[in-house]
Design a binder for this molecule. Structure first.
Ligand code: MG
Length: 394
């Protein structure tokens, strides 16, 4: 067995996205704007520990990967892309066969574990050098039960004696090849390479790393929606609006009719607070402004409730794959006192946007009788809103 030579990695991504409910291979899904497979390959490359990679993909995915690597940049460590086999075990074997013959240590890694780190890679390699194998593992958090065929628990192993294994799994290249060939010849199958090695050579070294807890295999839809370790940066928008106070109009702020001797003048119901909010939302998504969406010149909007305009703007925002996540509104107004209506305003906005009330803030302030708001000539409102772009969130 060679102890000097390349450190090579087989990345297995030949599965389908069935469990995650995706139509195509889940490794093409994006996390933070970059595909899972590219994220995984970049992490392997960035570790500086790997000399070459053989990527195993389903043959149907070759074209899609080709286009993707042109868009996101090809990984310079890739030596070959090979088609997967009928089982994971066969896929790994076709990958192993393609590694350079001067490979000393072979790592096998799931394409759907993009959060692999340098520490994990270093530690499995160190264990191969010392113990002949290194398989990343984590302590088990849940209590595990052994069940019978009717689904009854029949025994409870001590949790301290259990480990959950992940990938990378690393071995001397000659040995893991030998184990695989032996398995094929003897019709032996196993769910991972550690189990094959165990059957052929005995004990496998389980490698610990502080990073193992985040080295998650992305499987369920929610795994793709957020990633705790690479935060999704929200888009932020601001909005500002002013309407004149005049007699003979209703005063409506955030959809709440407030008893007062004057109301705001405007083409719609002149809800200055919702206009500022709508502009903030459109601003966060770089989708123009309220005047562009609902022109004053259009009679359809005459006297219309601004709640309807807000909902329509939000519908278009959703259509453009953005999602509003929070909003803050400040209403600048000398009279009347708005404090009694704030909670109702927050509820109205939250309902219109289908968001929890806790994500919506409405505040009111005076200007110490200064300026047009202070003199009671008009009311102004300012707003900020945050949005996420769903393509990035997924
Ligand atoms: Mg306005």
């Amino acid at each position: 067995m060679k102890s000097h030579g390349k450190t090579s990695c087989v990345v297995v991504a030949a599965g389908r996205g069935a469990r995650a409910g995706f139509e195509s291979n889940k490794v093409f899904q994006k996390i933070n704007g970059v595909s899972v497979i590219t994220t995984t390959l970049r992490a392997l490359e960035a570790s500086g520990e790997i000399d070459e990679i053989v990527l195993v993909l389903s043959k149907d995915d070759f074209n899609q990967y080709d286009e993707l690597s042109k868009r996101e940049g090809a990984c310079r460590l890739i030596k070959a892309i090979v088609p997967g086999g009928s089982t994971r075990q066969m896929s790994v074997l076709s990958g192993l066969k393609k590694l350079s013959k001067d490979t000393a240590i072979a790592l096998i890694h799931d394409g759907a574990r993009p959060y692999i780190t340098k520490d994990i890679i270093e530690n499995v390699i160190k264990d191969v050098r010392q113990f002949g194998s290194g398989v990343i593992s984590t302590p088990v958090i849940d209590t595990i039960k052994v069940i019978d065929e009717d689904g009854f628990a029949v025994s409870t192993p001590e949790r301290d004696t259990l480990r959950a294994v992940q990938t990378p799994q690393a071995f001397w290249y000659d040995q893991i090849m030998e184990a695989h060939v032996w398995a094929v010849e003897n019709g032996i199958s196993a769910t991972d390479d550690a189990a094959l090695y165990e059957k052929k050579f005995g004990k496998v070294k389980l490698t610990a790393s502080e990073d193992a807890s985040r080295n998650k295999k992305l499987t369920l839809p929610e795994d793709f929606m957020s990633s705790k370790y690479i935060p999704i940066v929200p888009r932020i928008g601001t909005g500002y609006d002013v309407h004149r106070l005049t007699e003979g109009r209703k005063l409506i702020l955030c959809g709440v009719e407030i008893p007062f001797e004057k109301g705001l003048l405007g083409h719609s119901d002149a809800d200055v607070a919702l206009h500022a909010l709508t502009d903030a939302m459109l601003g966060a998504c770089a989708m123009g402004d309220i005047g562009k969406l609902f022109p004053d010149s259009d009679d359809r909007y005459k006297g219309i409730s601004s709640i309807i305009l807000l909902k329509e703007a939000n519908r278009r925002i959703r259509e453009n794959k953005f999602r509003i996540t929070s909003a803050d509104i400040t209403i600048v107004c000398q009279r009347p006192k708005l404090a009694p209506y704030i909670d109702m305003m927050r509820e109205n906005v939250a309902n219109a946007l289908s968001l929890p009330v806790s994500h919506i803030s409405v505040k009111a302030t005076t200007t110490e009788k200064l300026g047009f708001e202070g003199e009671g000539l008009g009311i102004s409102a300012q707003s900020t809103a945050t949005a996420i772009y769903e393509e990035e969130a997924l």
